[in-house]
Write a protein that binds this ligand. Sequence first.
Ligand SMILES: Nc1nc2c(ncn2[C@@H]2O[C@H](COP(=O)(O)OP(=O)(O)O)[C@@H](O)[C@H]2O)c(=O)[nH]1
Ligand SMILES: [Mg+2]
Length: 465
Amino acid sequence: MNKYDTEDIIYALSTPLVQSAIGVIRVSGKGCIKVLSTHFKSKIDLNKAESNTVIYGRLENLDNCLITVFKHGHGYTGEESLEISCHGGLQIIISILNFLSSLSFRQAERGEFTFRAFMNGKMDLTQAEAVNELINSKSLVSSSMALNKLNGELFKIIKNLTDKITDFLTNIEFQLDYTDEDDLLYADFDVNELKSVDNEILKLLDTYSVGRIYSEQLNVVICGVSNAGKSSLFNYLLREERSIVSSHLGTTRDYIESSCVISDIPVKLYDTAGLRETSDVIEKEGVKRSRDLIESADIILYLIDPKNPVIDKRLIEDKRCIFIKTKSDLIKSGLTKSGLIKSYLNVDTRIENEIEQKCISVSVITGDGFSELFKAVKDKVFSNLQKIENVRNGEVFIQSARQKKSLLQAHNGLNAVINGYENGVTMDLLAIDIREVLNNLGEITGEVTSDDILDRIFSKFCVGK
Ligand SMILES: Nc1nc2c(ncn2[C@@H]2O[C@H](COP(=O)(O)OP(=O)(O)O)[C@@H](O)[C@H]2O)c(=O)[nH]1
Ligand SMILES: [Mg+2]
């Protein structure tokens, strides 16, 4: 049994509890219209109002409000519900909430309205999760990804895969029914069709590397030797003076993090301590922390000071690195002559030249080079197959770790069936594995789901959604 009781009438404030123009309070549950109608003075009796219409009136003696009426089968939750739009004064909102509580309505749990929508068949689990992804999205692309799923695009894909696999299972079960038990039970089907289903699952799984970034954040770590211009770039990208900029070596001793959006990608940006060998204990710890951050980075912005163009041998071949020469204004104005890049330990001039070639030159003074840098970040995130444009065209990107896990289990299960078939495993055993794959896919849409999973999903929502 999950923690939500679907018999209760529930209520919650759906807008933030701050003084504002309007507050919206949701009420949902069987009988809520009848109960509230006796406390609402209006030209049209709430009981007689048509579904999806708005009625103006006075709620108790608390406020003049607009109440939107949703009859059973309509609205967000799919059950009888009301949306009260009241004046956004804190006192008014609180007194209406207290009043609803005095009617024995229960304050809703997190995500309980969406939970009811799911239980009433208004949406499947992929759409319910998309609601939360939409609310939490930090960029336009994130919200487009969520909207595609809210429109049922992921549900359609999973349903299509499930249908194909169910056909296989039916075929096998049919053969099992008509085969003598004493015979060896070998399945007779076209294994290539299963392989093509598996390919579709793999394609979907592949979208997670990008989808994850849009539901969490891209970890971008700025590193390089002291004085390379790391804190200046950090501030430039955030457009605020958060990090102390100075020409004194070792000013940034620990790392600083902040959020921003680059090329419409939600980014967690880190400014780190300079990667230099040092005997100062505190600074040493800072350098160690920089190295730990670099380990877990999605993208590393490796800054090279044109006056002191050295690079860390360990990062030269790291695919996550974007090499950036800073202070291009000094070079342009002839104040500084750019030296050739040298690695810490003399490695290979061929590689050093290669980096010299692909280095992006930027200046935080003139703003030069930043469009090139933003494009480079975007290109690192998206592979050739996955493009931001695809999101706008409705392509589905997996964003939830839960969905990814179930897809991976389905992929492994299908592989077991394909291998089993190729190695002469009998039909009855193959049928068991195929049923398990259907379960894995059913977990994604919510056809097969434990209370525990539902609790975990909906407790991530806010109250009132
Ligand atoms: N002319 C110029 N100076 C810069 C630029 N970026 C950084 N600097 C200077 O380089 C010095 C070191 O910068 P800082 O951001 O503190 O380097 P960090 O040690 O890598 O964090 C400071 O004096 C900055 O003003 C730039 O684009 N142009
Ligand atoms: Mg610094």
